[in-house]
Design a protein around this ligand. Structure first.
Ligand SMILES: *[C@@H]1O[C@H](CO)[C@@H](O)[C@H](O)[C@H]1NC(C)=O
Length: 149
């Protein structure tokens, strides 16, 4: 009798574990922020950067992606630009990854770019309400507000 109860318990436990497994591998969604660089009067970067959580419990992170239509014509050397978020908790420097991922086109825009910060789900919450700055040779050329979608 006891062993029957135990095996029933084992089966129930097994189903619970399968259920938890299924529900937890559903991709996370909802946490998305973006930063617009709207049309300015001069040739400064215009475009959008989006920050979105992706993945499941085992493989997750924050995907940062975007594109610029213009703004990099005067100096097409990406290594002269810095990409820095100003948040409540201080500065987050994205320069290294942005330089690696951004290709400037002949008209001074960029191809779409995408950077995955694997294992980090905190980026969206950290940066919302902050500003994203693009700096050229030490001078801030554009600053956008980072907002929740
Ligand atoms: C950001 O990182 C780049 C490259 O690693 C560095 O050259 C730059 O000084 C840093 N900028 C800030 C504001 O921390």
């Amino acid at each position: 009798m006891i062993s029957r109860k135990l095996s029933l318990l084992a089966i129930v436990t097994l189903f619970c574990m399968i259920f938890i497994e299924i529900t937890q591998s559903v991709p996370y969604s909802g946490s998305v922020a973006y930063c617009d660089f709207p049309d300015p009067p001069e040739d400064v970067p215009v475009g959008r950067i989006t920050f979105a959580n992706f993945g499941s419990t085992r493989d997750y992170g924050t995907r940062v992606y975007g594109q610029f239509n213009q703004g990099f014509k005067k100096d097409a050397n990406i290594n002269n630009y810095e990409f820095v978020a100003e948040t409540r908790e201080g500065k987050i420097n994205y320069t290294k990854e942005f330089r690696k991922s951004i290709k400037i086109s002949s008209v001074g825009g960029t191809a779409p770019f995408q950077i995955d910060y694997k294992g980090d789900f905190t980026i969206v919450n950290k940066i919302v309400g902050g500003k994203f700055n693009i700096i050229h040779k030490g001078v801030k050329v554009v600053s956008g507000e980072i907002k929740h979608v």
